[in-house]
Write a protein that binds this ligand. Structure first.
Ligand code: A3P
Length: 289
């Protein structure tokens, strides 16, 4: 509702807050699970538990609800940097994913959440157009992601990460992340076996084996699954056939994008790079993208 969204925008961060920020479908859930695992000595979240109970999604539950969580808080968001109030000490982890894989994943999510989006039967080619125009949920990838990247170059409290690097070398990325977050986190992964378990239990295979722990959905209601989280007082409806953990790979876009669509994104990246220097070079180390 507008009220909840306004309350998210009005949220006054606590200096101990950690925001996990992503454009949708870029590895949010993966990152939240990594944080959960580090906080819990590598132990996987219980099957009757849910990540959303620990790490509130601020624009879904509102800032007032987030205030009820005891600091230090980990907060999930897809908001633009201008929508989060500044507070000294607040740390932001930003996970970016290349736009080609992002648009494919976002299309599938939009399609699969058919009870929310009514996009059943919607075609990728049409979705691609509105994605390129920034007329999809949470707005324009080519504004939101470069803005956060630029911010990370200026501000030491913003840690910019790539989905592709996490796939490539999770150990190194988790170690860098823990160093960024501070001693509580870096000490945890130094304890015997913790880092190995964080890596193992955050793998795609491990997460796919019980996706309901990551997306809110418990009881069956007709063809939907409905969760009423008393702790969050919010309702999330996930369709039964939702493939929340879909493929989890880099380069899947090749199965969907036409050459022309791929070129259009390459051109767009070059244009964006003029306003946000360096942004167009981020994925250069992955020549297949
Ligand atoms: P695909 O649709 O390409 O498979 P978000 O959590 O931001 O919604 O991102 C969802 C995307 O991250 C999906 O991508 C999902 O499969 C992928 N993902 C989730 N957990 C993952 C993991 N442990 N490793 C790799 N990818 C993961």
């Amino acid at each position: 509702t507008q009220e909840i969204f306004d309350s998210a925008l009005a949220y006054e961060p606590d200096s101990s807050d950690i925001f996990v920020v992503t454009y949708p479908k870029c590895g949010t859930t993966w990152m939240l699970n990594i944080l959960y695992l580090i906080e819990h000595g590598g132990k996987m979240i219980g099957s009757d538990d849910n990540l959303n109970f620990h790490y509130p999604f601020i624009e879904l539950v509102g800032g007032d609800k987030v205030q009820e969580f005891k600091p230090p808080r980990v907060i999930k968001t897809h908001l633009d940097d201008r929508m989060i109030k500044h507070k000294e000490g607040v740390k932001c982890i930003f996970v970016a994913r290349n736009p080609k894989d992002c648009v494919v994943s976002f299309f599938h999510a939009t399609h699969d959440f058919h009870n929310l989006y009514k996009y059943e039967g919607g075609k990728f080619d049409d979705y691609f157009k509105i994605f390129m125009q920034g007329r999809v949920d949470w707005g324009d990838y080519f504004v939101m992601v470069p803005r956060w990247h630029e911010k990370s170059l200026r501000e030491k409290d913003v840690h910019f990460m790539l989905y592709e690097d996490m796939k490539n070398d999770p150990k190194m990325e988790i170690e860098k992340l823990a160093d960024f977050l501070g001693p509580k986190w870096s000490d945890s992964i130094k304890r015997e076996g913790v880092l190995e378990n964080v890596i193992k239990n955050s793998s795609f295979k491990a997460m796919k084996s019980n996706p309901l722990k990551y997306v809110s959905s418990i009881n069956k209601v007709d063809n939907m699954q409905l969760t009423i989280s008393l702790r969050l007082q919010c309702i999330t409806i996930a369709p039964k056939d939702l493939k929340f953990m879909r493929k989890g790979v880099v380069g899947d876009w090749r199965n969907t994008l036409s050459e022309e669509q791929s070129r259009e994104i390459d051109e767009k990246m070059k244009t964006v790079g003029k306003d946000y220097p360096g942004f167009d070079k981020i994925w250069e180390k992955y020549p297949d993208l």
